[in-house]
Write a protein that binds this ligand. Structure first.
Ligand SMILES: Cc1cc2nc3c(=O)[nH]c(=O)nc-3n(C[C@H](O)[C@H](O)[C@H](O)COP(=O)(O)OP(=O)(O)OC[C@H]3O[C@@H](n4cnc5c(N)ncnc54)[C@H](O)[C@@H]3O)c2cc1C
Length: 406
């Protein structure tokens, strides 16, 4: 959906981990580290290491995001973590060292070990009484307490494939960038742009694992290229190496999806990186690992929490239209835009005695014991005194309140 012009020098795979991810230090497979879908070629190895029967945490996906979560969990002291990847990882990462078969890796962070098994596809997550209890793979089952869906553009389908459907609203698009030979006068390394008509993929049927090299589409890219040439005429002399086209997934509001899913406890998600996965994976993995360890992350990632979306937003039609809309801010600037504020005032708190007032006085930072008809602007706090919600509370009668949700 977004298209970028970069010089091939800027894309040198060996440089990217150091430039973009100093605190994580994983180097992943494929043509460059930036997209593991390109590295799904299955090797001739016939011997796969055995699948453990149980683990505390199972992570799905050996892309930059899944490995970041695994690394940060190990760093926080988790020892019984298994990462399953349907394709392959490369063996020469800083923290990833492999056996010769290339199918079993360990992430080592401060002495703790995490297993990474390649060529193992998770088919569904098994849920009992609202809690994750196991994953089923094409090589058998693994019992687990926690499951982390870091399946990138496959995350939507994996959510839908579970016994209890988990809504992970992601929209896959073809994503282009132009690879040039080094320029005499270097351009800024990353010059993003967005097409008016992004090309959706995986909107019907199953996401196809075999898609590795998607076709160049110069007709589709042409409007972007013309706009770039208008702004940067020097580009005309650039020697083009390749128009790269790979799938990438986008969310309805261009923010990633993070945290525990509302319907299934123990089912965490970190996906939907909106073309910024390389830049964000290190930090996002750290906050998700903290969330799983302490029950909350050390930074406020509330706007990224997966709970902001309901199952309605997982409709393919909604996603296609909404994601294009988010990209096209133009209509807000130049035409008419309707903003849905219906999330405000969804709750009504009533009680026979003073319980509603007492509860809100405990929850909110401001004094809510105001005359009937008054509105109080306040914060709702968590058990650590942190700020969870900035809202307004209306006192409708002595024991009836309407807090807004923002
Ligand atoms: C052309 C292009 C340019 C980009 N440029 C930039 C950039 O400049 N800066 C930036 O920050 N980001 C950029 N990105 C985005 C970045 O590459 C992605 O956001 C990031 O790679 C996503 O990582 P991920 O780990 O979430 O997903 P992936 O890399 O897709 O990893 C998910 C993994 O899960 C595995 N998996 C899926 N389902 C299963 C299953 N059922 N069982 C087992 N394994 C499974 C897949 O095989 C895959 O390896 C670009 C992307 C593209 C396509």
């Amino acid at each position: 959906m977004c298209s970028c012009v970069r010089s091939s020098r800027a894309m040198a795979p060996a440089l990217l981990p150091r430039l973009l991810l100093p605190q994580v230090g994983f180097r992943l497979a494929g043509r460059g580290i930036w997209t593991s879908p390109l590295c799904l070629a299955v090797s001739g190895d016939s011997q796969l290491p055995p699948l453990p029967g149980q683990a505390r945490v199972v992570i799905c996906g050996g892309g930059i995001v899944g490995t970041s979560v695994a690394y940060h969990l190990a760093k926080l002291g988790w020892t019984d973590v298994v990462l399953l990847e349907q394709g392959r990882l490369r063996e020469d990462g800083f923290f990833v060292s492999g056996t010769k078969s290339g199918s079993l890796h360990f992430i080592e962070a401060f002495g703790n070990k995490t297993q990474i098994l390649e060529r193992t596809a998770i088919q569904q997550v098994v849920v009992e009484k609202g809690h994750v209890i196991a994953v089923e793979t094409d090589r058998g089952s693994v019992e687990c307490e926690y499951f982390v869906n870091c399946a990138g553009q496959w995350a939507y389908e994996l959510g839908q494939a579970s016994e209890v459907k988990v809504s992970i609203p992601l929209h896959g698009c073809e994503h282009f960038y132009l690879l040039t030979k080094p320029l005499q006068e270097p351009l800024p390394p990353n010059t993003p742009g967005f097409e008016k008509n992004p090309k959706p993929i995986f909107t019907e049927g199953r996401n196809q694992l075999e898609i590795q090299n998607m076709q160049e589409d110069w007709d589709h890219f042409e409007p972007m290229l013309s706009a770039l040439l208008r702004r940067m005429p020097n580009l005309e002399s650039a020697e083009i190496h390749q128009l790269v086209n790979c799938p990438e997934s986008f969310t309805p509001d261009m923010r990633c999806l993070m945290g525990e899913t509302p319907g299934v406890s123990g089912y965490y998600v970190l996906a939907g990186m909106n073309s910024s996965g390389l830049a964000f994976a290190g930090g996002a993995g750290k906050y998700l690992a903290e969330w799983m360890t302490y029950g909350y992350p050390t930074a406020n990632v509330w706007p990224l929490e997966i709970k902001r979306f309901g199952s309605l937003q997982s409709s393919r039609t909604f996603l296609r239209h909404r994601v294009m809309e988010v990209m096209q801010v133009k209509c807000c600037k130049e035409a008419v835009c309707v903003i849905d504020m219906s999330s405000f005032t969804k709750f009504e708190l009533t009680s026979t005695g003073e319980q509603a007032l007492e509860f809100l006085q405990y929850l909110c930072a401001n004094d809510l014991d105001v005359p009937v008809g008054h509105i109080v602007h306040t914060g709702m706090l968590n058990e650590r005194g942190g700020y969870e919600n900035d809202c307004s509370v209306v006192r409708l009668s002595k024991n009836r309140f309407e807090p807004s949700k923002q």
